[in-house]
Design a protein around this ligand. Structure first.
Ligand code: 0L1
Ligand code: MG
Length: 262
């Protein structure tokens, strides 16, 4: 019989974030933590942040690329929440002093023009609800030691969310080849990763449809005006003081990631 509860898991994850201290997998001590309960932890954690003044501004997909799934040893995508406190202005340094072990990954970002409600949403319906497409990056920061977790652990931890940035310029989805959109990640000018939009569930709009259909199981829709991070195209790279990461898309634009002081 475990003495873990949803509230205790929320407290533990918020404490780790606040104190910048990673820790072991919750599932090591609470093996019965299943996916549905893990999403209840995630929702309760975001409720705590909302009561502290944060507002939901969108949703993120995680583990939508094979590169990430293979590294994490997890073969299923997941969703998490984005709040206004997670936004970084373009050019703003990543506040690494507030984080545990931040990593950055490139993202194709959608801003929703219309509400999208599952179940049964297709990628075509998903894309038709998108107002604009942007270049972006996400800073992930797991509250687990060495980013080591099982799927319920990382779901409870709001999909390792920390910060995100979105380019100011957006493009209408109609004129874009999102499957072929190429992206590179370089550190101090050295190419580290490259991929195309196909890495994101075959098509970033498939990821959006997946989010809408998955959220529908909890009675939630993707709302007009929300920002959607469709999932890292490549594996993530560590954000380190003194180093500059460039995220460059062929047509969507480029973003630079710099780090604040430790
Ligand atoms: O956005 C992401 O792909 C992160 C999902 C969680 C897995 C990780 O921490 O890399
Ligand atoms: Mg991501």
């Amino acid at each position: 019989m475990t003495d873990w509860t949803i509230d205790r898991a929320v407290e533990e994850l918020l404490r780790r974030e606040r104190e910048r201290q990673d820790g072991g997998r919750i599932t090591d001590q609470w093996p019965e933590l299943d996916l549905a309960t893990a999403y209840r932890v995630q929702d309760a954690l975001i409720d705590r942040k909302r009561r502290a003044g944060e507002n939901i501004v969108g949703v993120k997909l995680g583990l939508t690329s094979q590169a990430k799934q293979q590294r994490m040893g997890i073969d299923s995508p997941l969703t998490g929440w984005l709040t206004d406190a997670m936004t970084l202005a373009t050019g703003e340094a990543v506040p690494v002093a507030e984080m545990i072990h931040p990593r950055v990954e490139p993202e194709i970002v959608f801003v929703m023009g219309r509400r999208l409600e599952g179940p049964g949403v297709t990628w075509e319906q998903a894309l038709a609800a998108v107002e604009s497409v942007h270049a972006g990056f996400e800073i992930i920061d797991s509250r687990y030691r060495d980013f080591s977790f099982a799927l319920p652990d990382v779901v409870a931890d709001n999909a390792s969310s920390s910060r995100f940035a979105v380019s100011a310029e957006g493009f209408a989805p109609g004129g874009l080849d999102l499957v072929g959109e190429a992206c590179t990640v370089s550190v101090d000018g050295e190419l580290i990763h490259s991929a195309t939009g196909a890495a994101v569930q075959g098509h970033p709009a498939q990821a959006l449809a997946l989010a809408a259909n998955s959220l529908a199981r909890r009675g939630i829709a993707v709302e007009a005006g929300w920002t959607v991070l469709t999932g890292g195209l490549t594996d993530a790279v560590f954000v380190e003081p003194g180093r500059t990461v460039a995220v460059e898309f062929a047509h969507l634009g480029s973003l630079t990631v710099t780090s604040g002081h430790l």
